[in-house]
Design a protein around this ligand. Structure first.
Ligand code: CTP
Length: 134
């Protein structure tokens, strides 16, 4: 029988416990987890800044996690349907900061949103480090 593939997407810059939990929860929905790690250029256009870690570093970090089976670079937010089809995903899982945003894909896969882990984000970590450095 073929494996039930789960797909998720994100920047995963300055990896933190919120990232680990969403990946663990996503993996628990199936038996293969594929992660689209957003391209540096996508982050610059989406968040107005380059990630701390380059896309190659983020791919290496996320790809080294026990629960992650495969990683790829997410080049465009508009290509989610193509990625879901390409990787044969039965489930798309995201944190609930994206609640409702991917429901349009429910014709080809199950769409699941998990509660975000409270009180942690890459942005908050960067700000905290900048404020306490020096
Ligand atoms: N995530 C989560 N809980 C958090 C932070 C992130 O569940 N506290 C999830 C997001 O919902 C998403 C994935 O982790 O599904 C990747 O999110 P990403 O944007 O890379 O992380 P953030 O910490 O939210 O980054 P930023 O502060 O730069 O927006």
């Amino acid at each position: 029988m073929s494996k039930r593939t789960v797909i998720t997407f994100g920047t995963f810059d300055v990896l933190h416990v919120g990232h680990i939990r969403v990946l663990d929860r996503a993996r628990a929905l199936g038996d293969r987890l594929v992660v689209g790690v957003s391209a540096d250029q996508l982050n610059i256009s989406k968040k107005g800044r380059a990630p701390v870690f380059s896309q190659d570093e983020r791919l290496e970090i996320v790809g080294s996690l026990r629960v992650v089976d495969e990683v790829f670079v997410e080049e465009s937010l508009e290509l989610k349907r193509d990625y879901v089809i390409h990787y044969g995903a039965a489930v798309l899982a995201m944190g609930n900061d994206w609640e409702g945003k991917f429901d349009y894909l429910s014709d080809i896969c199950e769409v699941v949103y998990f509660p975000r882990t409270p009180s942690v984000s890459t942005t908050a970590l960067i700000e905290h480090i900048a404020a306490t450095a020096g």
